[in-house]
Design a protein around this ligand. Structure first.
Ligand code: ZN
Length: 461
């Protein structure tokens, strides 16, 4: 058995691991490197293995940093199946097509800039056509904890990872030379105490573990405190007569906020008639997918579905898919909640809403996710007095709130507990984190051999 790391190695994004066992080559995830534009060059680099020789791809979940290079893999010769859970297949199709549109738009923009200075621009990493072609390879869906035979003597079992809808950790077991070897790939690990999803599951044992480490150096604020902080901020902004703008990621966070708002209304913390706008075509499509898988949720949410209630439904919820409807929201001066992408305000409809609301002291902006340095969200969070939006200087007079406890990733104590639940672990490979964070997690994990693989590094197991 041979394991090699071709992404998210001493890095947070671009997950891509190759396992060679029982005569087969299995790829676990094929994600995009994300962050700055410069990373696009890294995405176009060779994968570090023969793409045509891969027998099967297993996808842990639909986030772009786990599935975003699948069209490129197909374009470069991969012809086999992409195996994942049914909700992940639907969400990944949405995410991959959206990524292809963005790749084409960025390439067009670069080509215009390059032609002005007589330079040559890079083509898109993949086009919408490439992406559409690769979607046909999502030919096999698996259920949780049902072993799937990849080949005689080689099985993959998906365990609920509790990170986003459909997310999984994958156990691969191979019979070689009369004995069974196993590796457990964490994918991204969720939190145990979240309202929507079930807690992460693990097999009783595994010989090797490949685990993520995004928040391996810190613990989150308790979830209940974050919900409280969120509802208090919304109520305070409404009492001043302003709008609430929430830059939000389309997958999971938007739906979780709808669920929290619904609870706030039921507990009479918020007025029932508050208009809530989900101004993101991708969040709208994702919410429709979420509603098709009632059994994937926590018992409380599944019960709501069973009794015919919509956990994401609110009395005055408006989904705005059209551009014209989105622009019409600008006419509302106060008393509305506006959720729109992108989460880091690097683009998308939320930038327009910030332009209309940031300078008004009665309004408020609530950030609910990570914001990378250099992004508009980060500048506002860091206390900028004014920011440039579409070439115009906008004063920041709205109240700014940052709520950190809504992360979809396990924190350090949960990562340690997750690994402790399995026995017989000989080697732990730490991936998917910033390098200093990985070392802090390695120091906190007290059992067995621990490796922090470099990009393209291989190990015999
Ligand atoms: Zn993820």
């Amino acid at each position: 058995m041979r394991l090699s790391f071709h992404g998210a190695a001493q890095d947070v994004t671009g997950s891509c691991h190759l396992l060679e066992a029982a005569g087969k080559r299995v790829l676990i995830d094929c994600g995009l490197h994300q962050g700055s534009r410069a990373l696009n060059l890294e995405n176009a680099e060779p994968f570090g293995f023969d793409t045509a020789a891969i027998d099967c791809v297993l996808l842990t979940h639909a986030h772009l940093d786990h599935c975003g290079r699948l069209p490129l893999l197909a374009k470069r010769g991969y012809k086999g199946p992409i195996v994942t859970t049914a909700p992940s297949r639907e969400l990944a199709n949405l995410v991959i097509l959206d990524s292809a549109y963005l790749q084409e738009a960025d390439a067009e923009h670069d080509a215009r800039t390059a032609s002005r200075i007589g330079a040559k621009a890079a083509p898109p990493l993949y086009t919408v056509l490439d992406a559409t072609n690769s979607l046909h390879q999502f030919s096999q869906c698996v259920g949780y904890e049902q072993p799937y035979e990849l080949a005689p003597g080689l099985t993959a079992t998906f365990f609920n990872a509790g990170h986003i809808l459909g997310s999984a950790s994958v156990l691969i077991e191979a019979e070689e030379g009369g004995r069974t070897r196993s590796v457990f790939f964490s994918g991204d690990i969720g939190n145990a105490d979240r309202p929507l999803l079930q807690p992460p599951r693990t097999p009783p044992s595994a010989q090797a573990v490949v685990m993520e480490s995004t928040y391996g150096d810190r613990n989150h604020r308790p979830y209940g405190d974050s919900v409280e902080e969120f509802l208090t901020a919304v109520a305070a902004i409404f009492s001043r007569g302003g709008n609430v703008v929430i830059p939000t990621f389309a997958l999971e966070r938007a739906q979780e906020l709808l669920y929290i708002l619904r609870q706030g209304i039921e507990a009479s913390r918020l007025p029932a008639a508050i208009p809530v706008f989900v101004d993101s075509p991708m969040a709208i499509s994702a919410t429709a997918i979420f509603e098709r898988y009632p059994d994937c949720y926590s018992p409380a949410v599944a019960e709501l579905f069973r009794s015919g209630k919509d956990p994401f439904g609110l009395p005055a919820l408006h989904f705005t898919r059209d551009r014209a409807e989105s622009v019409a929201i600008n006419q509302i001066n106060g008393g509305a909640i506006i959720m729109a992408g992108s989460g880091m305000a690097t683009g998308g409809r939320v930038v327009h809403h910030l332009r209309h609301n940031l300078a008004r002291p009665e309004c408020g902006v609530i950030f609910v996710g990570y914001a990378a340095p250099g992004t508009l969200a980060r500048r506002i969070i860091d206390g900028a007095k004014h920011v440039a939006i579409f070439g115009e200087q906008i004063q920041v007079r709205a109240s700014i709130h940052t709520i950190n406890g809504f992360s979809a990733h396990a924190d350090q104590s949960e990562l340690i507990a997750w690994r402790r639940r399995m026995s017989g672990i000989e080697t732990t490979f730490i991936v998917h984190g910033e390098e200093p964070v990985m070392h802090k997690l390695a120091a906190a994990l007290d059992q067995g051999r621990i490796e922090i693989p470099a990009l393209h590094q291989s190990y015999e197991l």
